[in-house]
Design a protein around this ligand. Structure first.
Ligand code: RB5
Length: 160
């Protein structure tokens, strides 16, 4: 079955998003474009991070790709959404290892940092990877989940 991949970008990543959609659409993926629908020079990355993060967290896509100028703002914002594990990756090793070890479900890219051809290779590494399921990674993910649960409950133990 084809993987559903959500994709989003602010003005910093809009042009790269369009190129990646055209490229991915020729492959065996179902693409869900979560905006921006057109180039909006003063739009804000948190709006798209919220949209794609909620979409992926709700299970409407198996994974997502979000692009802003640096990828930093998008990753900060997307990681605020419960259930999202977003990684900013500009190399293929991090892109596949993030999925294999950390079960990342959103890839963040900075269109002002890497060019389109490298971005395609990073995206391919991300999309072709799968979580290893190894005990040590499951253990670590449970600890990550515990941090999220603690934060959702209001912060946990006071800082000593
Ligand atoms: C927008 O100009 C830029 O700040 C944004 O795309 C992103 O790079 C933020 O991290």
């Amino acid at each position: 079955m084809s993987l559903t991949v959500a994709i989003a970008a602010d003005h910093g990543g809009y042009a790269m998003k369009e190129e990646l959609i055209a490229w991915l659409s020729k492959q065996d993926y179902i693409i869900s474009d979560r905006g921006a629908e057109k180039y909006i020079p003063d739009d804000d990355y948190p709006d798209y991070a919220r949209e794609i993060g909620r979409f992926v967290a709700a299970g409407r896509a198996e994974c997502g790709i979000i692009i802003c100028g640096s990828g930093v703002g998008a990753s900060v914002a997307a990681n605020k959404i419960p259930g999202i594990r977003a990684g900013l990756c500009h190399d293929t090793y991090s892109a596949h290892q993030g999925v294999e070890h950390d079960d990342t479900n959103i890839l963040c890219l900075g269109a002002r940092v890497i060019g389109l051809e490298l971005a395609k290779e990073v995206v391919a590494a991300f999309l072709m990877a799968s979580f290893s399921g190894e005990d040590r990674h499951c253990r670590r993910l449970k600890k990550v989940q515990a941090i999220e649960d603690e934060s959702l409950k209001g912060g946990g133990q006071p800082i000593q």
